[in-house]
Design a protein around this ligand. Structure first.
Ligand code: EPZ
Length: 430
């Protein structure tokens, strides 16, 4: 199993190209199940989660052809992928595949809309929380589907003439269930209105792609989304938006080590409130022609309290990284996690590097320390693992992060991107 060795203490200076967003690429890929034409996605990141979803889509009958060449204009290694699902060959998403990646449950929407039925394994819990699927089931029921749960599978069936437009108000905001409702309602008979919808940029990106495929979706990016059903969707070409979590992660890395880095190909609007938080913490962030410039030279790191919230609030997917930054602040800060109930596994690992963090329910209290010292640490989930890398970049001596397969799920060429800016990060294979 690979590990990552970090020699800490170097500032970051240079350019980091930002990849296509994992959390946009996954639902966009799933949207290919909605049409028998070809959906072409540009800027798809090369990540373990993307590879896993390619296998899952293959199982349903999606033909995939990948253009693996490096894009001309940038240093990005993201790819253009063509997806064609002439016919759905299997409406079952088996446990062996769904249990490896939660987002694969989302195939339930397109399968139900196109084929009138879907048999999808329940994803089960995961390291960051129980993550139920009740909102998906209720939402699809509002479109006329019937749901049975049997043997760990959801068996969903559409009415005889197909799904029907409906009205659904989410009792709690869910990104995944918003994606699924938009996909399913696009092929329903009549108009659907979803309220209290997720407003994440990835939801807007999916709506744009679906509209390019012939869907009629308005309001994505606000809490109320209206979808006028159409009888069929066609092929389209769509470019995956830049990864805001990767952007925020590298911005925090620069804030942590000090230095001056251009995050290329990304934009401030994707991060909204999180950039203001970083500014309060002492980073200078400006928009440039090519992306965002993040600088911290001279200033110390200021303590800032954050509470995770759905977009445009501070994202849960940056909580661990921000906590790593706060371990070196000049005072006491608090981080409150409101989205997932068990997303603090990085706390004990950060403590191994000398961080002073105490937990009380969903709130962490972080007392900044003058220095962190390298140590062996273990990655527990995707964002937790990159928080350890950020801490390791600022720690004295060597930090060895094990279980880096978590990192490979969501960060494209992490070592290369950091090393080109002066870090010393090395992958070690046992
Ligand atoms: C998406 O997960 C992201 N994943 C997550 O990123 C991200 O942390 C999360 O949104 C929140 O922003 C992808 O986009 C692939 P939710 P998702 O449904 O859609 C509860 C990463 O590190 N809920 O918005 O699964 C749920 O338990 C990942 O890249 C229900 O109660 O998240 C959570 O408390 C991790 N019932 C809250 O809603 C449901 O039926 C928000 O979850 C569905 C969700």
């Amino acid at each position: 199993m690979d590990r990552i060795r970090i020699r800490g203490g170097n500032k970051l200076n240079g350019i980091i190209p930002i990849s296509g967003a994992k959390n946009a690429a996954l639902p966009l890929m799933i949207a290919s199940l909605l049409t028998s034409d070809t959906l072409t996605l540009e800027n798809v990141p090369h990540l373990a989660d993307v590879e896993q979803l390619l296998r899952i889509l293959g199982n349903h009958g999606v033909d995939v052809s990948v253009n693996g060449r490096r894009e001309r204009q940038s240093e990005s290694y993201s790819r253009t992928i063509h997806f064609t699902c002439r016919t759905v060959v299997d409406t079952t998403a088996p446990y062996e595949l769904v249990s490896k990646m939660r987002a694969s449950f989302w195939v339930i929407g397109p399968l139900l809309a196109r084929e009138g039925r879907a048999h999808v394994s329940l994803p089960g819990g995961c390291a960051i929380g129980t993550r139920p699927v009740d909102l998906f089931l209720e939402g699809l029921q509002a479109l006329g589907a019937t749901m049975e749960i049997e043997g760990g599978y959801v068996k969903a069936t559409a009415p005889k003439g197909g799904l029907v437009g409906g009205h659904y108000t989410f009792p709690k905001i869910s990104v995944g269930a918003t994606h699924v409702m938009m996909m399913a309602a696009s092929l329903a008979n009549g108009t659907t209105v979803i309220e209290n919808a997720a407003r994440e940029p990835e939801v807007v990106d999916l709506a744009k792609c679906l509209n390019a495929m012939g869907a009629r979706i308005s309001g994505a990016g606000t809490s109320t989304i209206t979808i006028e059903g159409v009888t069929s969707l066609h092929g389209a070409r769509h470019r995956v938006l830049p990864d805001r979590i990767e952007t925020g992660t590298y911005a925090m890395a620069v804030a942590m080590t000090g230095g001056d880095v251009i995050l290329e190909g990304t934009g401030a609007e994707l991060l909204d409130n999180a950039l203001d938080t970083l500014r309060l913490a002492g980073a200078e962030i400006t928009e440039t022609e090519s992306g965002l410039r993040v600088v911290r030279n001279g200033n110390g790191i200021q303590p800032v309290d954050v509470v995770t919230e759905p977009f445009p609030g501070f994202p849960t997917d940056l909580q661990a990284q921000f906590m790593a930054l706060m371990t070196r602040s000049s005072g006491v800060s608090h981080v409150t996690e409101t989205i997932f109930e068990n997303r603090f596994m990085h706390v004990q690992e950060l403590a191994r590097l000398g961080a002073r963090i105490s937990l009380s329910g969903q709130m962490a209290r972080i007392e900044g320390v003058d220095r962190l010292k390298g140590a062996p640490v273990m990655a527990t989930d995707l964002r937790a693992s990159v928080s350890l890398v950020i801490a390791g970049l600022a720690a004295e001596g060597e930090t060895m992060v094990s279980r880096v397969y978590h990192l490979d799920r969501g960060f494209e060429r992490l070592e290369e991107k950091l090393n080109r800016c002066g870090a010393e990060v090395e992958r070690v294979s046992d």
